[in-house]
Design a protein around this ligand. Structure first.
Ligand code: NAD
Ligand code: UDP
Length: 336
């Protein structure tokens, strides 16, 4: 049947990327867009540890070279400061393209709505074009925001979402939905090997102190003895995944032969108010909690259904929230 044929074709091509890199006796070459960002920099470290050469591309709109400065002098790493919506010229072979460039914090994409739409559309087009030109495999960093303010709970990959296209978050949600559609079109029309990961709230060391997301906000507020700003009544829920777990899952997905979206995140769900109390407990802070207006279209509840990742990738998160937060708080203390 067509599904089997499609799978066979994809699997056949999947092997070809690995075989080609292996046959030539050289290290696999990865391009990471958004390499100076939070996730992109952790992914870069992981790939280097796996023996890849890495070319990082970033225009530093929300990233920071401090995230990759420890790689200065690393012969297998090269950094190109460039906007990925511009044409990407790269000499030599590329085996994997990991497309992570995009503002990701609600505060950031509210500040840069047009840049966000451009990197998800034009930037994804350029990154896909690069992968096609090089015969590389492509992975899109998509998001749980494609589900919008979800009407089903927990969210599985089959859910099509509940997104307000013209609301303030629409610039991000729709750019990622477009990016997914474009990725699938390249897979179907050009036979490109593609992967889509839908990432749920992920946290860890190197998050920008002032990126406006709940994890940096609460930790910085707690460490500085300022009030923790809970938006709304704090009954909305999120599920937080530690960065090392996420990166491990992303790598496994790229190396798998699965061409449809896969959720990655930690299914441990808590309310934002519970989360604020947890940060107070772990920092030992005596900050108060204050309530601020809930931003428009803020999703009421979010928890990944990770059945697919468990089955296909044998993956599930291993770092408990407390342990991940302790490591993250240490990193924030050092940087403050
Ligand atoms: P981040 O802001 O730390 O990193 C994004 C990086 O992309 C930054 O370094 C930024 O400068 C770069 N960038 C943005 N636009 C660019 C452009 N036009 N050209 C070149 N570089 C550009 O955010 P992050 O948390 O590391 O997120 C990385 C990716 O993962 C994003 O695509 C995001 O949508 C996705 N994601 C993250 C989470 C999360 O919880 N961290 C959740 C879902 C999806
Ligand atoms: N939030 C909060 N206080 C803050 C920052 C965020 O209560 O100082 C809430 C926000 O309204 C949302 C949740 O925390 O319900 C997670 O927000 P974040 O910006 O981290 O990412 P989101 O999951 O909304 O993309």
């Amino acid at each position: 049947n067509t599904k089997q044929a499609e799978r066979k074709r994809r699997t056949g091509r999947a092997e070809s990327v690995k075989r080609r890199a292996g046959r030539s006796g050289r290290e696999p070459v990865s391009v990471v867009t958004g390499a100076a960002g939070f996730l992109g920099s952790h992914l870069t470290d992981y790939l280097l540890a796996q023996g890849h050469r890495v070319i990082g591309i970033d225009n530093l709109i929300t990233g920071n070279v401090a995230n990759i400065e420890h790689l200065a002098g690393e012969p297998r790493f090269r950094f190109i400061c460039q906007d990925v919506t511009e044409y990407l010229f790269l000499a030599g072979p590329v085996d994997y393209v990991w497309h992570f460039a995009s503002p990701a914090s609600p505060a950031d994409y509210l500040n840069f709505p047009i840049q966000t739409l451009k990197v998800g559309s034009l930037g994804t087009h350029k990154a896909l074009g690069l992968a096609r030109h090089k015969g590389a495999r492509f992975l899109l960093a998509s998001t749980s925001e494609v589900y919008g303010d979800p009407e089903v709970h927990p969210q599985s990959e089959d859910y099509w979402g509940h997104v307000n296209p013209i609301g303030p978050r629409g610039c991000y949600d729709e750019s990622k939905r477009f990016a997914e559609a474009l990725t699938m079109a390249y897979q179907r029309e050009h036979g490109l090997e593609t992967r889509i990961v839908r990432i749920f709230n992920t946290y860890g060391p190197r998050m920008r102190l002032n990126d406006g997301r709940v994890v940096p906000n609460f930790i910085v507020q707690a460490l500085k003895g300022r009030p923790l700003t809970v938006y709304g009544d704090g009954s909305q829920t999120r599920s937080f995944c530690y960065v090392s777990d996420l990166i491990e899952g992303v790598y496994r997905l790229m190396m798998s032969d699965y061409g449809l979206p896969v959720n990655l995140g930690n299914p441990t769900e808590l309310t934002v108010l519970q989360f604020a109390r947890e940060i107070l407990r772990l920092t030992g802070s005596r900050s108060r909690i204050v309530f601020k207006p809930l931003p428009q279209d803020d999703p009421r509840q979010r928890r990944p259904d990770i059945t697919r990742a468990r089955k296909l990738l044998g993956w599930e998160p291993r770092v408990p929230l407390e342990e991940g937060l302790v490591r993250t708080i240490e990193d924030f203390r050092r940087r403050l």
